[in-house]
Ligand binder design. Structure first.
Ligand SMILES: NC(=O)c1ccc[n+]([C@@H]2O[C@H](COP(=O)([O-])OP(=O)(O)OC[C@H]3O[C@@H](n4cnc5c(N)ncnc54)[C@H](O)[C@@H]3O)[C@@H](O)[C@H]2O)c1
Length: 445
């Protein structure tokens, strides 16, 4: 099924009384009524953080796993419960003001697009989408409808990351030539497609879990929960999982757009699971904050990153487990992931962070006190933006480009060691074989 047809058919269910106004309407008492799609694990965290805002009323919870739904409903006994988000919109479109999408990646776009079709602001988990074409469609829809949107990269609103952005933009290390980023996590899978099927547990609606993805037999522990990240039909591997967070600050600070070339050195895949130990090299056109070309290198998997002179720390200190290193004309800036201050390094020695170089001192904000305070900021910003009192810092206009960049590296994993050339205007690779992975048909479910 084509995406346009999916939207037409689902919108036809939900849009009996389509509002001509592109703007969504607030509930009468100016509180925000939220609907949450995917409510366990990260969805549970999202639910907690959004509902910790005093102006939020959680009115609907949706999950294809009835155990997850039951657990989430304990703290929100008044919320209506659904297992199918299409029915949720059909029945409650006039009683919800904003939607939070926290499902596996392949359902981000189908659920978010339907929410936006219904004129609802959306907080969607990262990466924004599973396919490049979906990221572009999400951006277009949000812009057309002028909706408040935010991607769930909560560290974007953390003090340390904002500080690193301000320091880079204030020229602390001069123009940046290279960024190296790494994570030891491994969401790769080298096994065969499992054979046979296991009984689907009573609490799970497997057809709804698959959603728009192709039909596949259920296998216990293989996909739901969490392990879908390793499988190409549902997740985006380690780069899609961690790269979105760790690359966000360099991407934002250096004002990057999408890359010109992408190469992933990894083992070949069998088209089912993602490769592990990805070493992805991107080349970006230069910006005001970079050299003529910016090289960005991502490494993942156990032992990542490989030793490199760019990554040697003063006193041979150990690198943080995950993080990013900016390499500039006048030194380096290390940004550990997460909740640690950036470190400024010049000629092999740490420097005191000189915050006086930051031009707009008002933007610095308060240093991190605790994760529980810091962790809610990004969510509350979304709620406040829906209430007309703030602006989102990771709207889909930004998130779609960051996600596109990440997904291009994920696609490059299907063509180990081959340099792919990206034409952003045409939204196509010069290598036709790679274009097949920019989109995928939607199943009617
Ligand atoms: N921002 C972060 O720090 C962060 C951290 C972890 C995960 N995530 C993101 O959150 C999302 C969820 O990850 P997770 O680890 O919680 O996955 P998970 O598999 O553990 O949980 C997903 C939940 O969504 C439900 N679900 C699946 N399909 C659904 C559908 N069609 N409708 C309604 N509910 C559905 C599942 O039953 C489950 O309860 C992913 O996009 C992931 O990348 C973000």
């Amino acid at each position: 099924m084509k995406k346009r047809d999916f939207l037409k058919s689902t919108a036809a269910i939900t849009m009996g009384a389509f509002l001509p106004s592109p703007l969504w309407a607030l509930s009468k008492n100016d509180r925000l009524r939220t609907a949450h799609i995917g409510v366990s694990n990260m969805g549970g965290e999202d639910l907690k953080s959004i509902s910790s805002h005093k102006m939020v009323d959680v009115v609907a919870l949706c999950d294809v796993d009835s155990k997850a739904l039951e657990e989430a409903s304990k703290a929100h006994p008044g919320a209506k419960l659904y297992k199918d988000y299409r029915i949720l919109f059909k029945e409650m479109k006039d009683e919800i003001d904003a939607v939070i999408v926290s499902t596996p990646d392949h359902t981000h776009a189908p659920a978010s697009m339907l929410a936006m079709e219904n004129n609802k602001p959306v907080y969607c988990q990262k990466p924004l989408t599973h396919h490049v074409a979906e990221a572009r469609a999400m951006r277009k829809m949000a812009e057309k409808k002028k909706l408040v949107t935010q991607m769930g990269i909560q560290v974007h609103s953390f003090y340390d990351y904002k500080l690193a952005t301000l320091l880079i933009q204030s020229g602390i290390i001069g123009k940046v030539k290279t960024v190296r980023a790494w994570s030891p996590k491994n969401w790769g899978y080298d096994g065969p497609v499992p054979e046979g099927t296991d009984p689907v547990p009573d609490n799970l609606d497997w057809n709804l879990w698959l959603g728009t993805a192709a039909e596949r037999p259920y296998k216990k522990g293989m996909y739901h929960p969490g392990n879908w990240r390793k499988i190409m039909d549902y997740g985006c591997g380690t780069l899609g999982d961690m790269g979105v967070h760790i690359f966000d600050t360099p991407y934002n600070a250096l004002k990057l757009d999408v890359p010109k070339t992408i190469k992933n050195s990894c083992r070949p895949t069998n088209g089912f699971g993602f490769p592990e130990k990805n070493e992805v090299t991107y080349e970006f056109p230069g910006t005001a904050y970079t050299a003529d070309t910016l090289t960005w290198i991502w490494s993942d998997g156990p032992g990542a990153p490989k030793k490199h002179e760019d990554l040697v720390l003063p006193g041979n200190d150990a690198l943080p487990d995950q993080g990013a290193m900016f390499i500039g004309e006048k030194g380096r800036l290390l940004l550990p992931h997460f909740m640690q201050l950036p470190r400024h390094i010049v000629n092999g020695a740490y420097q005191e962070l000189d915050l006086s170089i930051i031009k707009d001192q008002d933007q610095i904000g308060e240093p991190t006190k605790s994760y529980s305070i810091e962790g809610n900021k990004h969510y509350h910003q979304f709620v406040d933006a829906c209430l007309g009192k703030a602006e989102c810092s990771a709207p889909f206009s930004y998130a779609a480009r960051l996600t596109e960049t990440i997904l291009l590296g994920v696609i490059a994993g299907r063509f180990p060691n081959k340099t792919l050339h990206w034409d952003s205007k045409k939204a196509k690779f010069s290598e036709p074989e790679a274009n097949a992975y920019l989109d995928s048909p939607y199943r009617k479910f």
